[in-house]
Design a protein around this ligand. Structure first.
Ligand code: ADP
Length: 893
C-alpha cells in the first residue's frame, strides 16, 4: 500500500495528499508533519513513517483549513471495494486549490475569489484572471513603458504589483522566466500576493494556444464576438490558466461563460501603494476592513453587491457618462426614500445568484440552491418593477433586455416552485425534494411506500394479538433492515415461524417470511421513489442551467441595483452629496470631510475643509503644519472624495466639482516593507518614481513627507526637485505635505502654500484642523509630546533646550556656503550639492523660483549629518583638512 501511496504522491508533489483508508483520510511523511501542524492533529508513527488522519465525514472543514493556509489538497479515494485479497485500488479524484475551489462555505461571500495568470514578453505584461465561482474570465495587457535609460524590470514589477493589489488573487500562475528575472519579482511568490503561486514553464503561455482553447471552450470560430483580436497580447496567459484548470479542476471549465477584455483607459487607475495607503479595502494595521473606505460605503444587501462594489472601488470608472449615470441613479433613490426602502427590502431576499449559477454549471447545485434561485428570481422581478427604466425598458422587461427574457425567467421560477418542496432536503439521495402532487408516478410510489408502512404496523398488531407478547416491537437498522425485537425472557413465547436473527444481552431479534416480503415492498417503493425524485430534480436543474446566460445577466443587474441602493443609503446615513463631474481637470471641494475618520468621531466633531486645485487657480498646493494638525487626513480625504465620485457614489462634502481623473497616486507616510526587504526610504523613492513617470495632467497626486527617510539636506533637495518636476512637467493636481517649510517660498503661478491652522493663544495649543492660505512653520513637537503624556520633567527640559537651540543656532543658508562646493567628495556624499542653489545662475528653474531664506541650524547637527555621510577612506588628506577648517569656522560662529 505504501508503494501505491508513493506512486500517487509522486504525481502530486505540490499538494497535501489525503489518502483514503477506510473511514479516514491519512497523511504521511512530510504531508503528515505539515498537516498535523496546520490542523492541530496528533502525529503518530508507523514503520518509521509519520502519519496523521482526519475522519472522512468531517474532511471538508479540514480541507478548507488547509486551503486557507494556502495549501493545495489532493483527495485520493478508494476506487474498488476492499476484498481482503488484492490491494484496494485508489486514485486522486479531486485536487483543490484556493483559486479553483467552489464550496460556498469556503468562499468569503463578499470577496471575489480570483485565480490569475501572468506573463511578460518584450513589450507587454499580460494577465488573465477568473473567478471560478461565477464563471467570469477576464484578460488584459499593459504596455511596458520604454523611458530612456529606464530599468525595464522595475517597470514590469510596478505593473505586476498594481494588478495584484487590484485583484488580490488567491492563486497565481506565473511564467517561470518572470520569476527568475529579478529578485523583486521573485518576491511575487511571497504570501502577501497570493496564497499559492504556481510556476508555469514559459511555453505554457502561448497566444495561438489560447485562441484555440477559447474558441473550443465557447464553441465559436473567432473571438471577435468578444471584441478581441487574435493578435491581442492579453490572450497570452489564457492557455496556461485553462490548462491548469483542466488538470486540476476540470469541472470548472464547463462553467466559464464569458470573456471580458479589460482596458485601463476606461478606468481610474490605482497602483498598489495607493490602494494600500488610502486603506480602501484593508487597513494598514491588521489588514482587516475596520477603518477602511469599504466599511463606510458597503451598505449592500447582497453578497453580490458587496463584491461588485469592491470591484468598482478598485477600478473606478473614468468615463464621465458612466459616472454621471451612476450618480443619476443614486440621486433618484436618495430623493425617493420610500422606494429606496422598498428596494432594499427586496434586495435583502436575494441570494448569491452569481455563485448559485456557478454551482448549476458544475452540477453541484443541490435542491436548496435551486429553490434559492427561485426565491431570488421572485425578488428580482419586484426589483425590476421598480428600476426597469434604468435598463432603458418597461416594467414588462424588468431588469432584462426583453419581455421574452423576463417571461423565460418567470416560468423558470414557476417551474422550480411547483416542482420543489418549500423547504427541500439538501441531499439528493434521501427524498424530500419534490412537492407532492407534482408527479403522478412519484405520488403513486410514495403512497405504496407509506401504505406498506401502514401494513407493517397492522402486521405488528396482528402478531402481538396472535402471540400475546405485548412487548413485541418492530425496529429498523441498516444492517438487519426491519426486525422484531422482544426482551430475552419473552423470546420463548414466540412461535416457530419467528426466525432468530440476533441475540443481544437482554433482547432477541427475529424475522418472519411476511416481514421479509413487506420489507422488500417498502424498500423497493422507497428506493424507486427516491430515484424518481432524483431524476425529476436533475431534469429541473438541467432546465435551469439551460438559462445560465440570462441568469448571469440577471445576477449582474441585481448586483448593480444593490450597489446603487447601497450608495444612496450610505449617502442618506452619512450626509454625502452629489458631486459635479467635469471634463476639465479641476478640483473644487467645499466643506470636504474624511468619510472614515468622520464616522468614528461623535457627530459634528469633524472639521470640514475647502480646497481648490486646477482651473484658473493653482494646481499645486503645499501643505505645512505640525504633527497631529490634520495634514494626512485632509490629503487622504481629497483622494477619497475623488475616488468615491468615480465609483459613482455621493461624497462627504457640501459641494464638489471634480474633473474626470485618470489616476490617483497617494504616497502617504513612510512605511517599511520589511517583508519585501526594502527600506523605508527605498520604498518611498520607488513610489515617488512611479508617480513622476506615470502621472499626467489629468491625475490627482497626493504626497506626504517625501524625502523624510534621509538626511535633512538630501531630503529637502529631493522634495524640492520633485516639486519642480510636478509643477513643470507633470502638471497634475497635487497636494504635497511637507516639514520642509523652505519649500513654501517657491514662486510659480501654479503654486500655492496652505497651512493647518493652530491656535496658540492659550497655554495649550489647539489644532484647529483647518486648512488656511499661508505656511504653518512651527512644529509644536514639544506640545505634541506633552499631549502624548511624556513626563512633565522631560517636557520642561525639552522646552529649555529648544529655547537654547533657537537662540544659540547659527544661520547657514543652503547652498551659499562656498566650502560646500570646494570639497566635492564630501559635499556629494553628504548629498549637499544635490540641493539646488535656487536663484543661482546655474539653476534650471532660476527664472521661476526664488531662493528660500536661510534657516536656523544647530552646528552640531550639521556636523553630525556631514560626518555620517563621509567615507574617510575616500578623502584626500587635503580634503580632510579643508573639512576640519570649515567645521571649525561653523562652530565658532
Ligand atoms: P498629521 O498628518 O498632520 O500629523 P493627522 O491627519 O494624522 O495629522 O490627524 C491627527 C488626528 O487628528 C487624527 O487622529 C484625526 O483623527 C484627527 N483629525 C484630523 N483631521 C481632523 C478634522 N478635520 N476634524 C477632526 N479631527 C481630525
Amino acid at each position: 500500500m505504501l508503494e501505491q501511496y508513493e506512486r500517487i504522491k509522486a504525481q502530486h508533489r505540490d499538494a497535501i495528499l489525503l489518502f483514503r483508508l477506510g473511514d479516514f483520510y491519512e497523511m504521511f511523511g512530510e504531508d503528515a508533519r505539515e498537516g498535523a501542524r496546520l490542523l492541530g492533529l496528533t502525529l503518530t508513527k508507523r514503520q518509521e513513517m509519520a502519519m496523521c488522519g482526519v475522519p472522512h465525514h468531517a474532511s471538508r472543514s479540514y480541507i478548507h483549513r488547509l486551503l486557507r493556509h494556502g495549501r493545495k489538497v489532493a483527495v485520493c479515494e478508494q476506487t474498488s471495494a476492499p476484498n481482503g485479497k488484492s490491494i484496494t485500488t485508489r486514485e486522486v479524484v479531486e485536487v483543490l486549490s484556493p483559486g479553483s475551489v467552489f464550496d460556498l462555505d469556503y468562499l468569503d461571500p463578499k470577496i471575489s475569489n480570483f485565480i490569475a495568470a501572468i506573463s511578460c514578453d518584450t513589450n507587454h505584461v499580460s494577465l488573465a484572471w477568473c473567478d471560478v465561482s461565477t464563471g467570469e474570465l477576464n484578460v488584459t495587457a499593459h504596455e511596458i513603458p520604454s523611458h530612456e535609460g529606464d530599468n525595464r524590470s522595475s517597470a514590469v514589477e510596478s505593473i505586476v504589483r498594481r494588478e495584484l493589489a487590484r485583484l488580490s488573487p488567491s492563486e497565481l500562475l506565473v511564467q517561470e522566466s518572470l520569476l527568475e528575472r529579478t529578485d523583486s519579482l521573485q518576491r511575487l511568490a511571497a504570501p502577501e500576493h497570493a496564497a499559492v503561486v504556481n510556476r508555469i514553464p514559459d511555453w505554457g503561455f502561448n497566444r495561438e494556444q489560447s485562441v484555440r482553447r477559447l474558441t473550443e471552450l465557447f464553441g465559436v470560430v473567432s473571438l471577435q464576438g468578444f471584441g478581441i483580436e487574435r493578435s491581442d497580447p492579453a490572450l497570452t496567459p489564457v492557455a496556461a490558466l485553462l490548462e491548469y484548470l483542466e488538470d486540476n479542476a476540470r469541472h470548472v471549465l464547463a462553467h466559464i461563460s464569458h470573456l471580458h477584455r479589460h482596458t485601463d483607459d476606461r478606468f481610474l487607475v490605482l497602483d498598489d501603494a495607493t490602494i494600500r495607503n488610502l486603506e480602501l479595502v484593508h487597513n494598514m494595521q491588521d489588514g482587516g476592513d475596520a477603518y477602511t473606505l469599504v466599511e463606510v460605503m458597503d451598505e449592500c444587501c447582497s453578497a453580490m453587491g458587496s463584491r461588485l462594489l469592491r470591484r468598482w472601488m478598485l477600478s473606478p470608472s473614468r468615463r464621465r457618462d458612466v459616472i454621471t449615470d451612476r450618480h443619476d441613479r443614486v440621486a433618484e433613490l436618495y430623493h425617493d426614500q420610500p422606494t429606496l426602502q422598498r428596494l432594499r427590502g427586496d434586495l435583502s431576499s436575494v441570494y448569491d445568484l452569481e455563485r448559485l449559477v456557478g454551482r448549476l454549471g458544475v452540477e453541484k447545485a443541490h435542491p436548496k440552491d435551486v429553490r434559492a434561485i427561485a426565491g431570488t428570481l421572485r425578488a428580482a422581478d419586484n426589483i425590476g418593477a421598480t428600476v426597469s427604466h434604468w435598463y432603458g425598458a418597461t416594467p414588462e422587461t424588468g431588469l432584462l433586455d426583453s419581455a421574452d427574457d423576463r417571461q423565460t425567467l418567470l416560468s423558470i421560477e414557476e417551474r422550480i416552485v411547483t416542482t420543489l418542496d418549500d423547504d427541500p432536503a439538501v441531499a439528493l439521495a434521501e427524498g424530500g425534494i419534490i412537492r407532492a402532487g407534482f408527479d403522478e408516478e412519484l405520488d403513486r410510489l410514495r403512497a405504496l411506500r407509506d401504505e406498506s408502512r401502514h401494513i407493517l404496523s397492522e402486521y405488528l398488531e396482528e402478531q402481538r394479538r396472535a402471540t400475546g407478547v405485548t412487548s413485541l416491537k418492530i425496529k429498523y437498522n441498516r444492517v438487519l433492515g426491519h426486525f422484531f425485537e422482544v426482551p430475552s425472557g419473552q423470546a420463548r413465547r414466540l412461535p416457530d415461524d419467528f426466525i432468530r436473527r440476533q441475540s443481544l444481552a437482554n433482547a432477541e431479534r427475529f424475522t418472519t417470511t411476511r416481514l421479509g416480503e413487506l420489507e422488500d415492498q417498502i424498500n423497493s417503493a422507497g428506493e424507486t421513489a427516491d430515484l424518481r425524485e432524483q431524476q425529476l430534480f436533475m431534469d429541473l436543474r438541467a432546465a435551469v442551467a439551460g438559462k445560465t446566460a440570462l441568469l448571469t445577466q440577471m445576477a449582474r443587474r441585481i448586483s448593480e441595483v444593490d450597489v446603487m441602493a447601497a450608495l444612496a443609503y450610505a449617502a442618506t446615513l452619512r450626509g454625502w452629496r452629489r458631486p459635479t463631474m467635469t471634463d476639465t481637470p479641476v478640483l473644487n471641494i467645499h466643506g470636504g470631510r474624511h468619510p472614515v475618520v468622520e464616522s468614528h468621531l461623535p457627530p459634528g466633531d469633524f472639521v470640514d475643509n475647502d480646497l481648490s486645485l486646477g482651473g484658473s487657480g493653482p494646481r499645486f498646493a503645499l501643505v505645512t503644519g505640525p504633527n497631529m494638525a490634520g495634514k494626512s487626513t485632509v490629503l487622504r480625504q481629497t483622494a477619497l472624495i475623488v475616488l468615491m465620485a468615480h465609483v459613482g457614489s455621493f461624497v462627504p462634502a457640501e459641494t464638489a466639482e471634480l474633473g474626470v481623473t485618470d489616476r490617483i497616486f497617494c504616497r502617504v507616510g513612510a512605511s517599511d516593507n520589511i517583508a519585501r526587504g526594502e527600506s523605508t526610504f527605498l520604498v518611498e523613492m520607488n513610489e515617488t518614481s512611479n508617480i513622476l513617470r506615470n502621472a499626467t495632467d489629468r491625475s490627482l497626486i497626493i504626497m506626504d513627507e517625501v524625502g523624510r527617510g534621509t538626511s535633512t539636506h538630501d531630503g529637502l533637495a529631493i522634495a524640492w526637485a520633485v516639486t519642480e518636476y510636478l509643477l513643470e512637467e507633470v502638471q497634475g493636481r497635487t497636494l504635497f505635505a511637507t516639514h520642509y517649510h523652505e519649500l513654501a517660498h517657491l514662486k510659480h503661478p501654479q503654486f500655492t502654500a496652505l497651512g493647518m491652522a493652530v491656535d496658540h493663544s492659550s497655554e495649550t495649543i489647539v489644532f484647529l484642523k483647518k486648512l488656511r492660505p499661508g505656511t504653518e512653520d512651527r512644529s509644536y513637537g514639544v506640545d505634541v509630546a506633552r499631549m502624548a503624556g511624556l513626563p512633565e520633567a522631560v517636557i520642561s527640559r525639552a522646552r529649555e533646550l529648544l529655547a537654547r537651540l533657537e537662540q544659540g543656532g547659527v544661520t547657514l543658508p543652503y547652498g551659499t556656503d562656498p566650502s560646500a562646493t570646494a570639497s566635492p567628495g564630501v559635499g556629494r556624499s553628504a548629498g549637499e550639492d544635490a540641493v539646488p542653489a535656487a536663484g543661482a545662475p546655474d539653476s534650471p528653474q532660476s527664472a521661476d523660483f526664488s531662493a528660500p531664506p536661510g534657516e536656523l541650524f544647530h552646528p552640531e547637527d550639521l556636523l553630525r549629518t556631514e560626518l555620517a555621510g563621509i567615507d574617510p577612506d575616500s578623502l584626500a588628506p587635503r580634503e580632510a583638512l579643508d573639512l576640519i577648517y570649515r567645521w571649525k569656522r561653523g562652530l565658532s560662529q
